[in-house]
Each structure stands twice: as structure tokens, then as C-alpha cells.
Design a protein around this ligand. Structure first.
Ligand SMILES: Nc1ncnc2c1ncn2[C@@H]1O[C@H](COP(=O)(O)OP(=O)(O)OP(=O)(O)O)[C@@H](O)[C@H]1O
Ligand SMILES: [Mg+2]
Length: 255
């Protein structure tokens, strides 16, 4: 069975794309067949894998508009076992037309169900809770919410939880979620205190693995490589490998 993992948070810059590409690569290097899907017109995931968004002919937009199947849109990446469904600015246009269609939120789920060759599909969402993110939540088995260790993240989490509730009620009752704490600086007292509060409030719905700040994670997209390839012994690579193990364990428990 394919496990679909959606990475979403309406807050910008919380490491959604970094998590999608790093977790995707860590799973692939662990022997899993992985498809990462760029669902953001900014196309940062596409770019960070060395693909020029303007040069791609078939993108995730073709899937949302129902013009292509997912296999014809997917491309190989430099990581064996990891494929990418790229994005570009056309997705802005698709987002406008999408909601005109009845049941638009099921199109992506239907398209992903037609591919059985992947163990994991990891979807990177834009920083908004619009129709594209909605479609990705409907398609997901597991939602990962990357959350920065800062005060304003609590509000964004509240909005995410409301959206999860609505998606569970209307279209995907099985949707599970986990919060992932990102860009944590353990030397910072406020970070340590927020970390404790989030763990208290969310309990087992927070990943045990935390992702600490690591400048190598900022560098790796410039070299078109996921962190686990660019700097395999860096703290970022070690922590994203640990996250991949935790995700695998989760899948074995819940599948
Ligand atoms: N653990 C980390 N340590 C240091 N820098 C990080 C870490 N994680 C992510 N970054 C950097 O933070 C910035 C934002 O990360 P990223 O692009 O993954 O966030 P995002 O949530 O996808 O943003 P957007 O909402 O714009 O899509 C990037 O420059 C990225 O390299
Ligand atoms: Mg992003």
C-alpha cells in the first residue's frame, strides 16, 4: 500500500519544502520507492532538486486539471528510488479554475491512487489553506505540520487543526496528523520552553524527532541535493534520517 504524506502549514518559511525533500530522500535512501510532489507554484521543491520550473512541460497542474496521469508527469531525481512531480507558476492558474469543478478536492487523491509503484508519496504544499492544500489533505494518510519554535506558530496550528477537523468530517475521516518541530535552537530558553509546552499540549501527536537549526540545510538546495546526499553526516541529515525511521515505525503501527 502507498502511504501518502502531506506536509502543510499555512505559515510561510517553517521548513515544509526542506522537510518534503529531506524526508523523501531519507526514505528513498532507506530502500523505499518515493515520489515527492511539488504542489506550490513557487516551485521551491522542484528547484531544490535541480529542475528549472520553466523548462518542464508536464507539471502537477496537468494532474489537477485532469489532463495527464501521475506517471507521465514524474521525473527521476539524482537520488535512486526518488521521483518528483514538478511544479511551476501554471499552478496559480489551476488554483483559480479548480474550485469551479464539483468535487475538485478528490481529483488529486484519484490521480495518486492510480500509481501503485511507490511506497511513499510526499506532498509539499504552499503556505496557504486554499484549494490546493485542501486537495492534499483529502489525499493524505498522514499530515505532517512543520512548526517553528516561536510564539506565532501556535495560531497557525489552531487554523490547521480546524481544517483537519473539517476534512475529517467531510472527505477523509482517516486523516492522521503529527506536528514536527523545526529550526529548533536548544541554546535558546524560549525555544526550550515552547518545545515543552507543545509536547504537553499535543502529546504523542508530536514527533519525538526534532529538527534543529543547521546551516547545511540552507546550503543543500544551492547544490541541487537533499541534505542526506549533500552532507550525510551533518546534524540535519541525521535528524531527517531519524524522522524517516519514526515515520516508518508509524506506518507499521497504523497500516
Ligand atoms: N533546520 C533548519 N536550519 C536552518 N535553516 C533551515 C532549516 N530548515 C529550513 N531552513 C531554511 O529556512 C528557509 C525556509 O525553509 P523552507 O523553504 O523549507 O520553508 P517553507 O515552509 O517551505 O516555506 P514556504 O512557506 O515559503 O513554502 C529556507 O531558507 C531553508 O533553507
Ligand atoms: Mg515551501
Amino acid at each position: 500500500m502507498t502511504c501518502v504524506i502531506t506536509i502543510a502549514n499555512e505559515k510561510g518559511g517553517v521548513a515544509k519544502t526542506t522537510t518534503a525533500v529531506s524526508l523523501g530522500a531519507a526514505l528513498a535512501q532507506g530502500g523505499q520507492q518515493v515520489l515527492v510532489v511539488d504542489l506550490d507554484p513557487q516551485a521551491n521543491l522542484t528547484l531544490s532538486l535541480g529542475i528549472k520550473p520553466k523548462s518542464v512541460h508536464r507539471t502537477i497542474t496537468d494532474i489537477l486539471l485532469g489532463n495527464q496521469d501521475i506517471n507521465s508527469v514524474s521525473q527521476e531525481t539524482g537520488v535512486p528510488g526518488m521521483f518528483v512531480a514538478p511544479s511551476n507558476q501554471d499552478l496559480n492558474m489551476a488554483e483559480r479554475y479548480l474550485t469551479v469543478r464539483d468535487g475538485y478536492e478528490f481529483i488529486l487523491r484519484g490521480a495518486l491512487a492510480n500509481t501503485s509503484s511507490h511506497d511513499f508519496i510526499v506532498i509539499d504544499c504552499p503556505p496557504a489553506l486554499g484549494p490546493v492544500t485542501h486537495s492534499a489533505l483529502v489525499a493524505a494518510n498522514l499530515l505532517i505540520i512543520p512548526t517553528q519554535c516561536e510564539f506565532f506558530s501556535a495560531n497557525a496550528l489552531r487554523d490547521m487543526l480546524n481544517m483537519i477537523r473539517s476534512v475529517r468530517q467531510n472527505s477523509n475521516p482517516q486523516l492522521h496528523y503529527r506536528v514536527l518541530m523545526t529550526m529548533v535552537d536548544l541554546r535558546n530558553r524560549m525555544h526550550r520552553s515552547l518545545l515543552e509546552q507543545i509536547h504537553k499540549a499535543f502529546g504523542t501527536a508530536v514527533f519525538k524527532t526534532i529538527i534543529q537549526t543547521d546551516t547545511r540545510l540552507r546550503e543543500s538546495p544551492l547544490f541541487s541535493q537533499p541534505i542526506t546526499v549533500y552532507a550525510p553526516s551533518s546534524r540535519g541529515a541525521i535528524q531527517y534520517n531519524a524522522l524517516a525511521k519514526e515515520v516508518m515505525k508509524y506506518v507499521h503501527e497504523f497500516a
